[in-house]
Design a protein around this ligand. Structure first.
Ligand code: EPZ
Length: 423
């Protein structure tokens, strides 16, 4: 089977305007949540990504009908007659677990394959299961599947969703989606506060759900009998935007990002400003410029509003060229460092010690053949390759296609030299 690679020739200086796409990670649980309201739901501007296509396939396998009209996607969820998330689909994308709460609430039962292994580390689903059990669901693990029954209907409960690391984003999505149709009141304590969860909650409210505390770690939900289908526009992708901010910084470039919400990106913006990168808010977006050097800084990934783990790799690429030493600490997924050996192949000076990477800034990165391993690690390789001298070949570009819409077209339009080749 042919596989795409990127051939990137650097160094480039980026200059121009990029439109940020809608958020993949907001779209996935919202797509699943349309199952809660039988009828035609319209999602506006879903990004054209392979993860979104896989979720569409999963929804269709449940009985839902999908149609694209004028760039908007209609999910007709009138009939959900196969409450079954097949291993063959869910193994391709962990976010398949998003159907657990909505299908259980709608159909009273569901079987979903346990998500498979993942390049960014061990990712259990115990919090999803525990939250639903506290609402009265009977759940067992059978032959690699989570088999859940609502046991006569889910009931509101007080649910503490924290783990050793903080909150869980998709567990919050699942419990919140299940609670909106449960009998009585649910309080989710230690809910994830990521903008993608806020977007899901706003969409559910538009469908008729009763939720207060949106955006905070305590969500209160008063269950309703039914929800109505919705027309909803997904928020801009803060991680795609953050990746372009890094691309501007590392190339000493100047970009205008449109459809970008800086209020979702304060931790990253604050870091970049401390790295000598100028960022100004403008209507519907921002301007970013780095006209001299990058300064070193330390950063630690944390749940929102802390620094996002999904931008750790891209920042590491920038810090590889900074003046001085930086320490990057990963607190969400402790093994999320697949980019470290690859960036080292491009002459970065990195030393991994447990959950920390110590970065000694170098004068110059050099092009090299490298391997994309997961979505954000691959994005970091693109960012590094833009600044690297010579040619970088990135293999396994399908990882990038999971979460970045036409990344080579967007970057080439502002001065990058990226060729997509099929080998
Ligand atoms: C979401 O994954 C995102 N995925 C990830 O984006 C993101 O990295 C992550 O949140 C953290 O921000 C989507 O939105 C589709 P978690 P999720 O549950 O919800 C532990 C990307 O590149 N945990 O918040 O699966 C877990 O191991 C991706 O776009 C448990 O222990 O992440 C981790 O240490 C990849 N038990 C921590 O919680 C559980 O039941 C946070 O994970 C669930 C999670």
């Amino acid at each position: 089977m042919a596989m795409d690679i990127f051939k990137i020739t650097g160094p480039a200086r980026l200059d121009g305007t990029i439109n940020v796409s809608s958020s993949k990670n907001a779209a996935l649980p919202i797509m699943a949540a349309t199952i809660l309201a039988g009828g035609k739901n319209t999602l506006i501007g879903l990004p054209n990504l392979s993860d979104i296509a896989v979720m569409g396939q999963l929804m269709e396998s449940l009985g839902c009908k999908k149609q694209v009209v004028d760039g908007n996607t209609i999910f007709d969820t009138s009939v959900i007659d196969k409450p079954f998330g097949d291993y063959e689909i869910v193994r391709k994308m962990r976010a398949g677990i998003c159907i657990l709460g909505p299908v259980l609430a709608r159909c009273g039962k569901v079987e979903v394959s346990m998500p498979g292994g993942c390049a960014i580390g061990y990712r259990p689903v115990d919090i999803h299961v525990r939250g639903l059990q506290e609402m009265g669901a009977k759940i067992e693990l059978k032959n690699g599947y989570i088999v859940a029954h609502s046991n006569g209907g889910l009931k509101g409960a007080n649910i503490f969703l924290g783990g050793a690391f903080g909150s869980s984003v998709l567990a919050t999505a699942n419990i919140l989606s299940a609670a909106v149709l449960a009998k009585g009141k649910t309080i989710i304590e230690y809910a994830a506060c990521e903008p993608e969860i806020t977007d899901l909650a706003n969409c559910l409210v538009k469908m008729g759900a009763k939720i207060t505390g949106i955006g905070s770690p305590q969500l209160t939900i008063h269950g309703v009998k039914e929800l109505k289908p919705v027309e909803y526009k997904i928020i801009p992708d803060r991680i795609e935007a953050g990746t372009f901010l890094c691309a501007a910084a590392i190339t000493r470039g100047k970009l205008k990002l449109k459809n970008c919400r800086l209020d979702h990106l304060w931790a990253a913006v604050n870091k970049l400003r401390s790295m000598n990168v100028r960022i100004d808010e403008i209507e519907d977006g921002c301007e970013v410029e780095c006209d001299s050097h990058i300064d070193a800084t330390d950063l630690t990934t944390l749940p929102y509003p802390g620094f996002p783990t999904d931008l750790q790799a891209q920042f590491m690429a920038c810090l590889s060229l900074a003046r001085g030493n930086s320490v990057v600490t990963e607190k969400i997924f402790e093994d999320r460092f697949m980019h470290v050996p690859e960036l080292t192949r491009m002459s970065a000076n990195l030393r991994k010690e447990g959950p920390h990477v110590i970065i000694s800034g170098v004068e110059k990165l050099t092009g090299a053949p490298v391997m994309a391993s997961d979505l954000r690690a691959s994005a970091a390789l693109v960012v590094a390759a833009l600044a690297a001298h010579g040619e970088t070949i990135i293999n396994r570009v399908y990882h990038i296609d999971r979460g970045y819409e036409k990344i080579e077209e967007k970057l080439n339009a502002v001065g990058a030299k990226i060729q997509r080749l099929s080998i």
